[in-house]
Design a protein around this ligand. Structure first.
Ligand code: NAD
Ligand code: ZN
Length: 358
């Protein structure tokens, strides 16, 4: 079975645990992933985690190359990508070495692309330190930088050898980053696992206070769901598209806000709108819509108002290539826990919902 073989060739472990970052030390010392570690951080993760990692490795006589990029999306650029490759070459990094991405999705996407490109590809491990990167960007093998024409337009599929998701890293995250990640967390429940959606509802307080046990379970379940969807559709044939639930409307809101709102926040608003539209279209029952709303309310997701003009959002959506003849190709829900791709969801239903809500 060719598909299965591909899956196993690329298989890797995702470790989710409180304190799992400490496992990096023995693993890097054993050199099982490569000789010299090239640790890539941004300014924040350098101070929070990078410098102490380097110190601990120094005690073991390992002398990594530490590279730091400015924090924020602007580092996902061809310029920064190029300068990292140059710095690695200058330091004498070879194909026997290993890139360690230590940071959020920006560092992960950028470092993965660096690892995939340097000398046609060297080993790569991910240490995601934001909730969004732990539940989303570190799983699935998409790595990229942005070009002026579009976000993530220059990249590849490149799988890490291992992912270390340390729950304790989340404790320093600003609330806004937590909420952004939670937007993606609830998405997994809505599209694929009703029990998980109910678990999120029942444990909302512990989630919001970042209870380590609950958050470990949450992150692990999100990784399982994403890995399951992705492994059945590694290069985005069909199934993987359900991961875009809430994203078509969400992207329009994100663009409209001039990227002032976080991605997860926009997706959260997108999911609220789409769930209501699915209910209006007769696909999603009233009680399931209520469950959807309760989960979002209890986790404080997209609870505030949104300063948008429905007509502008519709205009932005219509520019999308997924729109044709008054309908849109969109991820819809027919149950909480089950997503379907609708090839012709009526735009007027979304518009009616937007007009009612905003
Ligand atoms: P980010 O990497 O910019 O991190 C957000 C901020 O948090 C940064 O300022 C960072 O320095 C800081 N930070 C990181 N860890 C911290 C910690 N533990 N404590 C305190 N501060 C910390 O953003 P993100 O939200 O993690 O990732 C967004 C990126 O992920 C986008 O570029 C997006 O395109 C990408 N993404 C990729 C995929 C994929 O499949 N590859 C999926 C979703 C998103
Ligand atoms: Zn997203």
């Amino acid at each position: 079975d060719v598909a299965l073989k591909g899956e196993f060739d690329n298989s890797y472990e995702i470790l989710v645990e409180d304190g799992v970052m400490d496992n990096l030390i023995p693993d890097l010392c054993s050199r099982k992933f490569g000789r010299t570690p090239v640790v890539i951080c941004d300014e924040n993760t350098r101070e929070l985690f990078g410098l102490s990692l380097i110190e601990k490795l120094a005690l073991e006589n390992i002398d990594p190359l530490l590279l730091t990029v400015p924090a924020g999306e602007k580092s996902k650029s061809l310029d920064v990508f190029g300068s990292l490759l140059e710095a690695m070459l200058e330091a004498g990094i070879t194909r026997q070495d290993v890139v360690v991405a230590l940071g959020g999705g920006v560092v992960g996407d950028l470092s993965g692309y660096v690892a995939g490109s340097y000398m046609r590809g060297i080993n790569f491990i991910q240490v995601p330190t934001t909730l969004l990167s732990q539940v989303d960007s570190a799983v699935g093998g998409k790595v990229a930088v942005n070009i002026s024409g579009g976000k993530n337009y220059c990249g590849m599929f490149y799988q890490p050898k291992r992912v270390y998701s340390d729950i304790s890293a989340l404790s320093t995250l600003p609330e806004r980053e937590i909420l952004s990640g939670l937007g993606e967390v609830v998405k997994y429940g809505f599209i694929a696992d009703r029990k998980f959606a109910e678990y999120l509802l029942d444990n909302a307080d512990k989630i919001l206070s970042l209870d380590k046990e609950v958050m470990s379970a949450v992150v692990a379940r999100c990784c399982e769901i994403k890995a399951d969807v992705v492994s059945r559709d590694e290069k985005e044939g069909g199934l993987r598209r359900i991961l875009n639930y809430g994203h078509t409307v969400g992207h329009a809101i994100e663009t409209f806000s001039g990227y002032k709102l976080s991605h997860g926040e926009c997706v959260a608003h997108g999911m609220r709108i789409v769930a209501r539209a699915c209910n209006r279209a007769g696909m999603l029952s009233d009680s399931d819509l209520k469950l959807h709303q309760n989960v979002m309310d209890r986790l404080s997701l997209a609870t505030g108002g949104l300063n948008i003009r429905p007509a502008d959002i519709m205009e932005l959506m219509k520019r999308d290539k997924k729109v044709k003849d008054g309908s849109v190709v969109m991820v819809a829900l027919d149950k909480v826990g089950h997503a379907v791709i609708s090839d012709d969801f009526p735009l007027e239903i979304i518009e009616a919902e937007l007009n009612e809500m905003y």
